[in-house]
Design a protein around this ligand. Structure first.
Ligand SMILES: Cc1cc2nc3c(=O)[nH]c(=O)nc-3n(C[C@H](O)[C@H](O)[C@H](O)COP(=O)(O)O)c2cc1C
Length: 226
């Protein structure tokens, strides 16, 4: 595929088929992902790929934690308490449009809850990739490391899409990072920064037709010339 086509057609897939993902194909995507640039070529990202029984056990624990409303324990604060107004509006519209497509009513707590739990099931994906960063000697992660990792994750996502697979990056599951560590053995002196559900899309599911609106250039580009 043309790069422009892969970029335009990438979307967050929220329903996967229970279909095996070839390890070689996945590793080809990771090989391409690792070509990402990083400050001073530090390449701070690390990933852990989980599938099969360990993933099933993790999903069971995550769903249980979410149902029981167990206390959250994310490694880092991935969202500010209050977004700027315009971003709040976009987030609201995204949720509203997704619920409308899925037929989830405003006050339908049963369907809303079911939707929330689908996150903790990684939307049925047969493979999940956790990205994490080693903490610095000072015991934290610099903002630049998140930027480097973001470039890697997007490279990986586009490579995944180009291979015929789909993906969805998730923050929500990070709320229970100790459970993720239990099944992945990701070391303690790290920050788990996101999960990525990977697999073949269930194109019969209405949710896989969901596409988001992107802003106009005039909303974010400042162009200065003489
Ligand atoms: C860092 C990050 C975290 C995300 N976390 C979630 C999540 O927990 N649950 C979910 O359904 N989608 C999640 N998404 C998907 C976004 O909602 C999605 O990227 C956004 O709405 C734009 O849609 P698109 O990816 O289809 O272009 C996440 C995306 C990113 C980049």
């Amino acid at each position: 595929m043309e790069v422009s086509e892969v970029i335009k057609e990438r979307y967050s897939c929220r329903k996967f088929l229970n279909k095996e993902v070839d390890k070689e194909l996945l590793f080809e995507c990771i090989e391409l992902g690792k070509q990402a640039p990083s400050s001073k070529n530090t390449q701070p990202w690390k990933i852990c790929v989980v599938k099969g029984n360990p993933l099933k056990l993790l999903v069971d624990d995550l769903v249980k934690a979410a149902k029981e409303k167990q206390p959250f324990s994310p490694d880092y604060s991935f969202e500010p308490k209050k977004l700027p107004e315009i971003q709040q509006q976009r987030a609201k519209k995204c949720g509203h449009d997704l619920f409308k497509l899925k037929g989830v009513g405003r006050d339908d707590m049963i369907k809303r809850n079911a939707h929330m739990l689908e996150n903790f099931e990684f939307f049925g994906a047969p493979v999940v990739i956790f990205a994490y960063l080693d903490k610095s000697i000072q015991g934290d992660c610099s903002k630049g490391m998140y930027l480097d990792a973001g470039l890697f994750i997007q490279n990986l996502w586009l490579s995944i899409r180009n291979s015929g697979l789909e993906a969805c990056v998730l923050y929500s599951v990070l709320l229970y990072s100790p459970l993720i560590r239990k099944y992945t053995m990701i070391p303690e002196n790290t920050e788990i920064i996101c999960a990525m559900a990977v697999g073949y899309p269930d194109n019969e599911a209405v949710v896989t037709t969901f596409r988001t609106e992107k802003m106009e250039l005039s909303e974010f580009v400042t162009y200065i010339e003489d």
